[in-house]
Design a protein around this ligand. Structure first.
Ligand code: TTP
Ligand code: MG
Length: 405
């Protein structure tokens, strides 16, 4: 029996929440931005989109296409709260809910839809529950798997509901460009393009051996995608993370070594703390640098031992940075920890290490309670701390539940 999966995606999520909580913004072209000086538009209301305002534009670009655009500084707490409450609504329809990003979720209603009627009735009921509770609209896609449900959710935005039934999958995706499929990024679609494969129909017909030769193991997945197949389950638990990282666009481009170091310590602390909170240790440390012309590069270092200690991360980031010759000022810095494994929580034999671990745990507990950077290392000296915009990848629990206060 075929599964029935729903993909629920809020419409202009941050902007809708702002319009709902500040009624004077209703019906107006608004864009939600971060509080940092050089922020970009995270999303725009549909009224603003009609003028061509898009996610990723900076304020000037937004104002240029829509001079009456109202800029609203985002409120992470509101979005995270709404995301958590939405999950509770979904759970009244099925226990199989996967919060995929801050405003998207997959629901497996295969076993539960008959309690409410047919799958469409469930979709209508969810849309109503969301509207009643938050006054915002969402678009729901229904399909026999996550791939098709996600595709369906993009078709009728905003405030839509689209059901692609199993028997309609083949025809629906036949002429669809491969890059429209969830999971096929620019890189893969460009390679497929060079092989003459531009549509899903063509992808599905391509012999598996051809795809395997070019893409290795991913070839199998691509072939299945071309046929509209996807057997990935709707997971309540998030899969094991591959890396834990934070980056920040600096309030201004900087050369100054001391300032760069202070930001790197802050980023190392954010990474270390998230790893500790979620019980991970990692072996590879990466530094990301973006120059003012947006050229971005990263450099890695593999450690001998796994760690989640802020200072070990920081010292190694410093080693990396010492090996780099800057060609310009720095616009963005990022630090990440990868090749992760679960921290076996073994008590170290070395006293110093044990003492440091308990100190870190105490700091983490206080910071969790009162917000990041309530307690900071002595050498950490940044005056201007901009609160960033919550990441769309934020989730109510697990490693992507970042404290943003
Ligand atoms: P999306 O679902 O991609 O966009 P949206 O909900 O604003 O609009 P749509 O109606 O097309 O679904 O992202 C959800 C939220 O995540 C969005 O409201 C703002 C935030 N976001 C960012 O902060 N940065 C980004 O680059 C993107 C794409 C989204
Ligand atoms: Mg959305």
């Amino acid at each position: 029996m075929s599964k029935i999966i729903l993909c629920v995606d809020m419409d202009a999520f941050f902007a809708s929440v702002e319009q709902r909580t500040r009624p004077y913004l209703k019906g107006k072209p608004i864009a939600v931005i971060g509080s940092a000086k050089r922020t970009v538009i995270t999303t725009a209301s549909y009224e603003a989109r009609a003028y061509g305002v898009k996610t990723g534009m900076n304020i000037y670009e937004g104002k240029k296409v829509c001079p009456q655009l109202i800029l609203v500084i985002g409120d992470n707490e509101k979005y995270a709260y709404t995301c958590m409450e939405l999950e509770r609504i979904y759970l009244t329809f099925t226990p199989d809910v996967e919060v995929y990003s801050i405003d998207e979720a997959f629901l497996d209603i295969t076993k539960s839809h008959h309690l409410f009627g047919n799958p469409e009735t469930v979709g209508i009921a969810i849309k109503k529950a969301v509207k009643d509770r938050f006054g915002i609209t969402c678009t729901i896609g229904i399909g026999p798997n996550k791939l098709i449900a996600k595709l369906a959710s993009d078709v009728q935005k905003p405030d839509g509901l689209k059901w692609i039934k199993p028997e309609d999958v083949k025809d629906t995706i036949k002429d669809l460009p491969v890059k429209e499929l969830w999971g096929i990024g620019q890189k893969i679609s460009a390679i497929l393009g060079t092989m003459g494969i531009r549509t899903c129909g063509k992808l599905g017909q391509t012999p598996l051996s051809v795809l395997r030769n070019r893409f290795g193991i991913i070839g199998m997945r691509l072939k299945a995608m071309g046929l509209g197949l996807d057997d990935s389950p709707v997971n309540r638990e998030e899969e094991e993370p591959k890396s834990i990282g934070h980056s920040m666009t600096l309030p201004r481009d900087i050369w100054e070594r001391e300032e760069i170091e202070a930001y790197l310590l802050r980023l190392s602390e954010m990474v270390g703390r998230r790893a500790r909170k979620n019980g991970f240790i990692g072996k590879v440390i990466s530094l990301v640098i973006r120059y003012p012309d947006f050229e971005t590069f990263s450099k890695q270092k593999t450690l001998n031992d796994f760690t989640n200690d802020t200072h070990v991360i920081y010292w190694n980031v410093m080693d990396i940075i010492n090996s780099i010759r800057f060609r310009d000022k720095v616009r963005l810095l990022g630090v990440s920890l990868s090749t992760l494994t679960r921290d076996p929580l073994q008590l170290s034999l070395f006293k110093e290490s044990r003492r440091r671990k308990s100190l870190l745990q105490t700091m983490d507990r206080i910071n969790d309670r009162y917000g990041d950077f309530t307690l900071i290392w002595g050498s950490y000296k940044i005056q201007e701390v901009d609160s960033g915009v919550i990441s769309p990848a934020w989730r109510p629990s697990g490693v992507r539940c970042v404290n943003f206060k």
